[in-house]
Design a protein around this ligand. Sequence first.
Ligand code: SF4
Length: 432
Amino acid sequence: MTQLEAAKQGKITPEMERVAAREKRTPEFIREGVAAGRIVIPANKNHRGLDPLGIGAGLRTKVNANIGTSPRHLNAEQELVKLRTALDAGADAVMDLSTGGDLDALRKQTIAASHVPVGTVPIYQAAIEALKRHGSIVAMSADEIFQVIERHAADGVDFITVHCGVTRESVNRLRRQGRITDIVSRGGCFVLGWMLHHGAENPLYAQFDRLLEICRRYDVTLSLGDGLRPGCLADATDRAQVQELIILGELVDRARERGVQVMVEGPGHVPLDQVAANVQLQKSLCRDAPFYVLGPLVTDVAPGYDHIVSAVGGAVAAMAGADFLCYVTPAEHLGLPTAEDVREGVIAARIAGHAADIVKGVPGAREQDLAMARARKALDWEKQVALAIDPEKARRLRQQRNPAGIRECTMCGEFCAMRLVAEFLGTTRALC
Ligand code: SF4
């Protein structure tokens, strides 16, 4: 039985209990959210050691970190370092997007070392195996695609991105309207290539029930990918993107009917004034399915700083109701991220999520800021470090910039307004 099937039957599972405790919500709140499809708990029955995580309405905004090899960088040990870095930095989930080396071994390594949910994009492996077996990335059969999906599910993958909305209908619309960057999703690109090569409908759409059957068996959460997401601001919120989203909304209904948990992925590159509208559109068309956004990136011209660009868009998206932020690293658009890039990406996305959680009324979010404000006024540096989103950096900078260990910081020193005003007003004792 999947979490969704249990919730619909009124059962509270151990996973729902755990999510409730982590979120400071009641188990019934979680069960109701899962039953309605507003919350998902990606928890494959075969993922041992998983600490169950809830994603969706009324819960803390979650952050995903993508790791994985590429054909030119296929060091498994380095990916393990990135995984540990992402977890240490506070990532709530990781996706193994490996495309180089022994993909089965890399995936198993990631699952075994992760207490957080693990996601994959199985079409990558299907395409790579087709290249080896048939000489072309688009030459795989539909059966081979589903066999790879089944392999990922059996290994314990908790959620899979599947580009079911790249269909003849949506591709025709894309062609008619024209775009600057066409398709920038790797999975969307493979699916388009497959459709053109075989002259057939996307098998992930045409055989959606087959996909659902695999997911139901292992309780894999579907993450309906946006293969037609905009790759630049000029392509944002266009007909092709919206057409795909309408199709994904219909597939959300079908997944829920079959007891399969489902979330929906979203853009991409979006101007700031369209971010909230994109979230509202998704929530409306997909009947409040949790929304998993990549960015959004709110400008195209800051390579090297796209973690910040993404955090700006992510904060606005999460404030408008997005539930799950896929991090972007400083290396986005430039190369495969290093472990340090991973750390910066996770922290930037966590800041975006937390900023939104404060105004979304997520339990504990505003209280954390209030505690930090009190610690600042009291010049309590230990408490400030403990409350920081990145305690390691806060501690390091405090120590580096204040080797003499003065009570204030070196910004104002003896003219510290925090201390002086407390003395002027006689509030020092009360605050400390
Ligand atoms: S010295 Fe200045 S910056 Fe530092 S804690 Fe005091 S008021 Fe704040």
